[in-house]
Design a protein. Sequence first.
Length: 182
Amino acid sequence: MSKATKTRKPVTGTVARKATNKAANKVAQNVSSTERGSLGLTPYIIVKDADAAIAFYKQILNAKEKYRLTDPQGHVGHAELKIGDGELFLADEAPAFGALAPTTIGGTPIRLHLYVADVDDVIRRAQAAGATVLRPAADQFYGDRSGMIADPFGHQWYLATRGKIVSPRVMQKRYTAMFTNG
């Protein structure tokens, strides 16, 4: 049997971990980082009123505006916000470029997740500022206390406060029980 036709044995254990780490490092080398400190993956959302959205995110999520670019008519073409350890990019709708807000297209399949110090307080303040509570804050099987809102611009947010550390094995057991026990 030639070398080309031999079947390979599966790689397991330490050899598999080394191969996986080597592959992950190679991928990481191909993902560029920015000198401005941006994280590797940053949500970029489109809204109908970027000025109002920026004000909402500052008020409710304690966002810090890094900067914004506006056209001569005052539309925000790009803005960068710092929220906790992450960033959020956003812009006003620009239909000519295919940039449409969730309120224009009838919703969004994307959910943004954000850990906050006090989820109950953030959801209360968001609702008072015009957000719709989709799911009130509650203790979850995975250990966090979380809830969900739709902001006034059509974007949906999972908001959570870290809770008890739950292992993936225990989470799976609890998750399965939710479906089997009703």
